[in-house]
Write a protein that binds this ligand. Sequence first.
Ligand code: HCA
Ligand code: CU
Length: 460
Amino acid sequence: MLEILDTTLREGEQTPYVNFTVDEKIEIARLLDEVGVEMIEAGDPSVAPSIAKAVEHIASLGLRAEIVAHSIASRQSIDRAKACGADRVAIFYATSKIHLDSKLHKTQEQALAIICEHIAYARSLGLKVRYTPEDATRTDFEFLVRVCNAAIEAGADRISFADTLGIMQPHIMFERVCALRERLLPCKIDLHCHDDYGLALANAMAGIRGGADCIHTTVNGLGERTGIPDLAEAIVAFHNLDGVEKYNLEPLMNLSSYLERVSGFFLAPNKPITGQNAFSHKSGVHTNGILKDPRTYEPFDPALLGRERKIVIDKYTGKSAVAARLEEYGIEVSMAELEVIVARIKNLGDDRKQLFDSDIFEIAEQVTGRAIDVIPHDISAMVMLEVDSHVYTSSVVRRLRGFKNVANVYEITGDFDINAFVNVEDVMALNNLIEEIRGVQGVRRTETRMVLKKYNGNNK
Ligand code: HCA
Ligand code: CU
């Protein structure tokens, strides 16, 4: 049965310019434990004192997940992992010729001795041990088997087959893992797949098919360079395509948004599963299909993740989508009126602005000559903020940019310091967002103005 080790707190914090506070790490660990991942890699305590503090704190929370500390092959570093109360230490030492010659300046025999000595040392402290042959996928296969078996004999019960440079392809991964499984002494096999060619999750799935036990993930696919498989994508793919139902999907969206906020690293709208557009439909043909039966263009129901499908209205839109949107608000139009409304929408030209529901009402009013008196579900507002004098305005701006619904942020002159433009689905969502904004450290007060009508410059 598939196992997941999430390493958002270790590999994820190796993302360029990403650092978490100890409190943020604790919150991430709690949410990961709610999801039910088997292992949480909490950090390498010897890298920095704040990492040691976080690992120690997380190890003391009594979570269900096994808490893993990452470590180089050094007694001092292993001692630190032990002192933090981690259940397991993951010792990595590269085995490829390039790494041995150019980085470590060690022969294969020297490497073998160093690896075994440190694994035995960690075992003598009572730690469980995973051994990672870093750059395993570029390591001579015979040497890889020898090192891993020596590591297992020295006390490691897990081997992480690390595709450190993300150079695997699914069919090669499958073959390699089958061969490893055949040649290795009894142990669990982890797969640590980097995403340099966008193949990380595909490689990890192929490796599981080949007989591996565990895949490594991070929330939002964070990590060195292009990262490793995204936790939500992995869980939903295994859930829907492979029948793995043991994880709790409910916290996944929340985890993803939380990570966007605390990492300042925002998802592309077209990112699978958690991206803003993952369940949005646009062309007339697609929306028509979706309205008749969502299974036409949805691989699965977005409700699985607590999400909703969205139909985008613009020049690609057909009659059925516009009719459905008007109906949603109880606005009745005749077929002839509907045709003119759709034609007007199509004639809006190449203007790239997003059409808000209020824009659609305006067109409908013009076409029908009847006043439309409803409140749009999608709302824009300006939230003005005053910042405490001892706080940098830029630090508050940085936080605001992490909120999904904040479209633009301006530093301004006058009574307020910041003006944030927000787009939300309804008044309740606006209320919640304002509450969240008020919770940002350094925000003294806010004042909100709801937008009634929106115009673009240049007479567009
Ligand atoms: C690195 C180490 C590692 C380790 C993976 C593991 C890798 O190069 O930073 O311990 O499973 O990618 O090889 O992240
Ligand atoms: Cu890595």
